[in-house]
Write a protein that binds this ligand. Structure first.
Ligand code: 5GP
Length: 198
């Protein structure tokens, strides 16, 4: 039997939903590869270029858009974010499962791709957190200013409206329960018959 294609799990949810942690942990546990996005936002303390993101200037980002390098790109919270096309397709072809931590606009763009292997590999999950719980989490992590937190809460309500577009919804509770559900979903998706090659 030939090596099956990898599955592409797109993970969205508001800032503070824990989606990055879920994706990173699954990657560390060898279940998948993390898709490293490009962004024009400044690195937060502790973030490393080429690990957390490829940090680009606005001009560098625009040049890559111009070259058609992105599978999807969007403006989120006033900064630009995008996923590099070549990296993802190579990994899926090699049978690697890929997790992509992207916003609802990016997910919509990937759903719209009808050519090649993407429609076969694609699956998505929305990490849902009730508003009050989300406010507590964003205030607790103390990485962002009050103004930024308010913006993120307003954006969260807008993002939640896109939940019906997703195949799966993970209602966030505690870290361990969330991770168990996430890892199980990834495992199931990687077993889809659609990923097998003749
Ligand atoms: P943060 O700045 O907190 O790391 O991410 C802000 C938002 O941008 C999150 O919702 C995250 O999922 C989203 N994001 C990160 N990378 C990408 C990307 O490559 N494309 C899109 N569309 N959104 C992204």
């Amino acid at each position: 039997m030939k090596q099956p294609l990898g599955t592409l799990l797109v993970v969205s949810g508001p800032s503070g939903s824990g989606k990055t942690t879920l994706c990173r942990r699954a990657t560390e546990n060898g279940l998948c590869v993390y898709s490293i996005s490009c962004t024009t936002r400044r690195p937060r303390s502790g973030e490393v270029d080429g690990v957390d993101y490829h940090f680009l200037t606005a001009a560098e980002f625009a040049a890559r858009v111009e070259r058609g390098d992105f599978l999807e790109y969007a403006e989120v919270h006033g900064n630009r974010y995008g996923t590099l096309k070549a990296d993802i397709l190579n990994l899926l072809e090699q049978g690697k499962n890929v997790v992509m931590d992207i916003d609802v606009q990016g997910a919509e763009q990937i759903r719209a791709c009808v050519d090649g292997i993407l429609p076969k590999c694609y699956t998505d999950v929305y990490i849902y957190v009730p508003q009050e719980e989300l406010r507590n989490r964003l205030c607790g992590r103390q990485t962002d200013e009050d103004e930024v937190i308010s913006l993120r809460l307003r954006n969260a309500a807008r993002e939640d409206a896109c939940l019906p577009r997703y195949q799966y919804c993970l209602v966030s509770s505690d870290r361990e329960t969330d991770y168990a559900a996430f890892a199980a979903l990834l495992k199931c998706q990687s077993m889809r018959v659609a990923l097998m090659r003749e």
